[in-house]
Design a protein around this ligand. Structure first.
Ligand code: 3HC
Length: 292
């Protein structure tokens, strides 16, 4: 693998901030880019909190924490990525946002820079086609919480070169992840299995087969999973689950991939999970209406 150490992360929401932390922990010099000062500070806070938690638990020394934070340059200027070797995009899942980022990155970054997207529901092939270097574009799909989850999908397209896929796989290993190489199809490998399972649980809840707690408990105790499907929906984002179901439906048109009506209603109501304070569970600290 070519030697490089300058990595850009565009978008510092939950996923992007986690990804920036992972790269900085692995010793890379990171540029974390956001659209404005407010979003940039929220990203910085996210990384700070995550590292402080590790220090409090005795998993990280305070000097190490400072070193990691010092390796992340927070910026609102994408031009700072002009000498980045590898860039991961983690902006919200709208093709308009991706277009804006990838056309800019294609102009700003040197021709050899690999551009990776953390998309979970959009076509990596379509994103690659926004650039003049589709052979150097791959998916690098992290799982939430990014600092914890080992799995990373390296998504190849019919346009990506084998060298690009190999480098992305090597990068994933260097940051301590377990990469699996998958092809660009709706849901890739993991979400095509996981999200219909979450959707089935939502459907069971909607049909009042059991309470949300009972559904979650049944799954965690039966399959020994760390979280039940409704808790997990709130963690990854109810809107993200719907977006994945909709791309699966678009591509395969089978009833298995039809979004549960309640999933769509939850998104319409703005109950997106932890990020909005309320999803299937209440995360706001206020009394939970479902329990009243
Ligand atoms: N950031 C950083 N570290 C975190 C964290 C976060 N957001 N959340 C938890 N951690 C760390 C904790 O600090 C702790 O670290 P330690 O072992 O070094 O002390 C460790 O993770 C375990 O955390 P906790 O003890 O607080 O809690 P749990 O044992 O309940 O674990 C969990 C929390 C790791 C989130 C666990 O419940 C889990 O693995 N859940 C399943 C998550 C999952 O399946 N994610 C994939 C979702 S699909 C996806 O993201 C794809 C997308 O495209 C839809």
């Amino acid at each position: 693998m070519e030697e490089f150490d300058k990595v850009g992360v565009v978008g510092l929401g939950t996923m992007g901030a986690g990804i920036a932390e992972v790269f900085a922990r692995a010793g890379f010099q990171v540029w974390g880019v956001e659209v404005d000062g407010g979003a940039m500070e929220r990203g910085r806070d996210h990384v700070r909190r995550s590292l402080s938690k590790a220090v409090d638990k005795g998993k990280l020394g305070s000097e190490e924490r400072s070193g990691i934070l010092d390796r992340i340059a927070f910026t609102t200027d994408r031009e700072d990525l002009r000498d980045a070797d590898f860039v991961v995009e983690a902006v919200p899942e709208r093709m308009g946002f991706k277009r804006d980022v990838f056309t800019d990155l294609d102009r700003i970054c040197p021709p050899g820079t690999i551009l990776a997207t953390n998309t979970s529901s959009l076509s990596v092939t379509e994103i690659a086609a926004l650039t003049g270097r589709p052979d150097k574009v791959v998916g690098l799909h992290f799982f939430n919480p990014a600092p914890v989850m080992k799995l990373t999908e390296v998504v190849s397209t019919i346009s990506s070169s084998q060298a690009t896929v190999d480098i992305a796989t090597e990068v994933a290993k260097r940051i301590g992840k377990t990469p699996v190489t998958v092809t660009d199809r709706a849901g890739f490998a993991a979400n095509a299995l996981l999200v219909p399972f979450i959707n089935d649980a939502i459907s069971a809840y909607e049909r009042k087969i059991a309470s949300r707690e009972e559904i979650d408990t049944a799954v965690t105790k039966d399959a020994d999973l760390p979280m039940g499907p409704l808790t997990l929906a709130d963690l990854v984002g109810v809107d993200v689950c719907l977006a994945v179901m909709d791309v699966l439906w678009e591509e395969f048109r089978t009833p298995r991939y039809a979004a549960a009506p309640l999933l769509r209603r939850m998104v319409a109501a703005g109950r997106l999970g932890r990020k909005t304070g309320r999803g299937f569970y209440d995360h706001s600290g206020a009394p939970d209406p479902a329990e009243e």
